[in-house]
Design a protein around this ligand. Structure first.
Ligand SMILES: C[S@@+](CC[C@H](N)C(=O)[O-])C[C@H]1O[C@@H](n2cnc3c(N)ncnc32)[C@H](O)[C@@H]1O
Ligand SMILES: [Zn+2]
Ligand SMILES: [Zn+2]
Ligand SMILES: [Zn+2]
Ligand SMILES: [Zn+2]
Ligand SMILES: [Zn+2]
Ligand SMILES: [Zn+2]
Length: 493
């Protein structure tokens, strides 16, 4: 059976989630994903495999048409290439290096260029590199790798935006108050690190934490039961079954300790594959449940920008988006600047009961009795819509013609019969960019009456008219990521 995603980025690339039988080829980031290229008005509807983790082909250029026959020689070459790109040490090796590192009597060095804790025998080869010196590398420093490692923020796919202290503390305290004693940190290294520090302080009940992240630099600091090298877009454990076993052991609640997952994926990421991976984690958790409890879903907090709400809810209908604005230290658009608080577009999506998550009054949140959840103070309850409507943190206003609340900057346009920005391209009906299949402006591709015919035609032609490499699709994939980035910029429109 195939689960088919809707237009993931609206730019003519659809993602096809595969289940079961067919095995996708692998790049260095594990099994690739199957995409479908759809060009406006053209007869191209051919599927291809591309990297699950990297949205930029400069970072991973894996490409293969679904119907390509790949020779044995090419498969071997690919395997060899994947092997050659693996990290220089195994996790086990990193662990034994770390023990040696901690025992060094004098002179601890961290190579900033190679992002590596060095053992004395290696100092010479790194002599010309930029180095942190002994005094800097205290135990306290080593317990905060997220401060030591350079955030991978230039890379679109990694986009390592780290929680500001107050958001990280808020998350941790909220989970602790709700009684969670195990936190599965998926792409949240700073939360993982804060939990460990809190445990060391010994002031409160200890919490267990397991970090799953694609950034293998963290393997230098954490044991094999604390960190797994993991790709959240294809649920791939680089450490194989031993590593997925670590997750299983963590998820079992035999000891009565409640587990919750918190994930903060890169914002350029595709929702469908993420949801698919999170469902697999949740399913693993469910199977490990011993008591026939009433809770059927694993508790999850998914941190993502507010404008992904429809897509996330499409995948997880039981989720609610909370008003809490997540702050980052190194986000290009959101920092605590000198000019005061800018609003962050990033929110919590969760299947926890919204009223249980108490948002801090001192940061400007209040409780709405009607909605039974904490909301941003500027989010005024609308009696006509019967909800607190604001998504972006501004005060929305009710439009009686549209019969719903809209952004404050929007005006009702008579010719479009809807609210829009005052300088909108007037006359275009909402959402009708047209059909990628036949070019008609009357419907979307999904509803195209010619869709199946085109595909059948394509197959019978054996795809002869297709380009060797999806040049357009590549630029479109880029523009998809670009568009998501632009959305972040546009949040104050
Ligand atoms: C937006 S940052 C979130 C960091 C979080 N705010 C924190 O402070 O702990 C995204 C995180 O996901 C990780 N990441 C990026 N791509 C990933 C992938 N394909 N699989 C797993 N982790 C990934 C990054 O290394 C990074 O730690
Ligand atoms: Zn890849
Ligand atoms: Zn170096
Ligand atoms: Zn309300
Ligand atoms: Zn309203
Ligand atoms: Zn209106
Ligand atoms: Zn108009």
């Amino acid at each position: 059976m195939q689960l088919k995603g809707s237009d993931e980025d609206g730019f003519g690339i659809e993602i096809v989630l595969q289940q079961g039988d067919r095995k996708a080829p692998s790049c260095v980031h594990g099994p690739t994903l199957l995409f479908e290229k759809v060009c406006k008005g053209e007869e191209k509807d051919r599927r291809f495999y591309a990297c699950s983790a990297c949205r930029d082909r400069k970072e991973c250029n894996f490409f293969q048409w679904e119907d390509d026959k790949v020779s044995e020689a090419r498969l071997l070459a690919r395997e060899e290439e994947n092997r050659s790109k693996m990290p220089r040490f195994t996790h086990q090796e990193y662990c034994s290096r770390f023990r040696k590192f901690l025992a060094l009597p004098l002179g601890r060095r961290f190579c900033q260029d190679c992002q590596l804790l060095l053992l004395p025998g290696e100092w010479e080869i790194h002599a010309s590199h930029k180095m942190s010196q002994a005094d800097d590398i205290t135990e306290a420093r080593l317990s905060r790798p997220s401060l030591m490692l350079k955030p991978l923020e230039n890379k679109k796919s990694n986009a390592q935006y780290l929680f500001a202290d107050r958001s990280c503390h808020f998350l941790l305290e909220t989970l602790a108050k709700l009684g969670y004693r195990k936190v599965l940190c998926v792409g949240t290294p700073r939360l993982h690190e804060l939990i460990k520090i809190r445990n060391q302080e010994g002031k409160s009940d200890p919490m267990k934490t397991l970090l799953l992240d694609i950034d293998f630099r963290y393997a230098q600091f954490y044991g094999q039961d604390e960190f797994c090298h993991y790709n959240m877009f294809n649920h791939h454990f680089f450490g194989g079954q031993a590593a997925s076993g670590v997750l299983r052991a963590f998820l079992s609640e035999e000891d009565g300790e409640k587990v919750i997952m918190v994930s903060d994926p890169p914002f350029g990421g595709l929702v469908k594959p993420l949801a698919h991976s999170f469902s697999q984690i949740s399913e693993t958790w469910r199977k490990l449940q011993t008591s026939e409890g009433s809770v059927v879903e694993m508790p999850i907090v998914w941190i993502f920008p507010y404008f992904f709400e429809p897509r996330i809810l499409e995948c997880f209908p039981s989720f609610t988006m909370l008003d809490y604005q997540v702050d980052y230290d190194n986000h290009p658009l959101y920092k605590h600047g000198k000019t005061g608080r800018k609003q962050s577009p990033v929110r919590l999506f969760t299947n926890l009961t919204p009223r249980d998550i108490v948002l801090p009054r001192e940061e400007g949140y209040r409780f709405c009795k009607v909605c039974q959840r904490y909301v941003w103070s500027g989010n005024k309850h609308c009696t006509k819509c019967n909800l607190c409507p604001s998504k972006d943190g501004r005060m929305w206003k009710h439009c009686s013609e549209c019969q719903k609340c809209v952004k404050p900057s929007w005006r009702h346009c008579q010719s479009c019969s809807r609210c829009a920005l005052p300088d909108h391209p007037c006359g275009n009906s909402p959402g009708l960019e047209g059909c990628f299949n036949c070019g008609s402006l009357k419907h979307k591709r999904r509803a195209c009456p010619l869709k199946d015919k085109r595909r059948a035609d394509n197959k019978s032609k054996g795809g002869r008219n297709l380009p060797k490499q999806p040049m357009k699709s590549n630029s479109k994939r880029k523009s998809g990521a670009q568009r998501r980035a632009n959305k972040l910029k546009k949040m104050t429109e």
